[in-house]
Design a protein around this ligand. Structure first.
Ligand SMILES: [Zn+2]
Ligand SMILES: [Zn+2]
Ligand SMILES: [Zn+2]
Length: 144
């Protein structure tokens, strides 16, 4: 379930999104490119070590606004983020896949091939967002 971002390096992603290159932005993107699972801001803080929390949050918000990362809503507490696939942008996100949370190892994974249904809303209802959050045991944990 690896992410197949069309652009594989942080510099190109930043340039593509019209963002100035900074050390932190590059580092954060590198981490997202290396991970197959979603990352929480907590995990990012650990991986980056001496990072200013406010700057990190601002960076994540900017990336989300630019369509670089999306929130992986998995029904478990704590915001997690994962890389978008390239058809997201400033105008909006199109990450309509499910997110799977492993109850054993705590990993959250984008299920790129599992899509949300097209909800038929009752008359008068306007749907603004929906999330397909799956929980269970991941393939690695199930094997061990
Ligand atoms: Zn997206
Ligand atoms: Zn697991
Ligand atoms: Zn996702």
């Amino acid at each position: 379930m690896a992410h197949n971002h069309p652009v594989k390096n942080p510099e190109a992603i930043l340039a593509h999104s019209g963002l100035r290159k900074t050390a932190l932005r590059t580092q954060v993107l590198q981490l997202f490119l290396e991970q197959e699972n979603a990352l929480s801001s907590h995990q990012l803080e650990d991986l980056l070590r001496e990072v200013d929390r406010v700057t990190l949050y601002r960076t994540l918000r900017t990336f989300e606004q630019k369509g670089i990362i999306h929130q992986a809503i998995d029904g478990a507490p704590g915001a997690k983020y994962a890389l978008c696939h390239g058809n997201c942008g400033e105008k909006g996100h199109h990450d309509h896949h499910a997110h799977f949370h492993c109850n054993r190892c705590g990993k959250t994974i984008c299920m790129d091939d599992i899509h949300q249904p097209d909800f038929k809303m009752p008359p008068g209802f306007e749907l603004h967002s929906s999330h397909l959050a799956l929980q269970g045991v991941c393939d690695q944990c199930a094997r061990s």
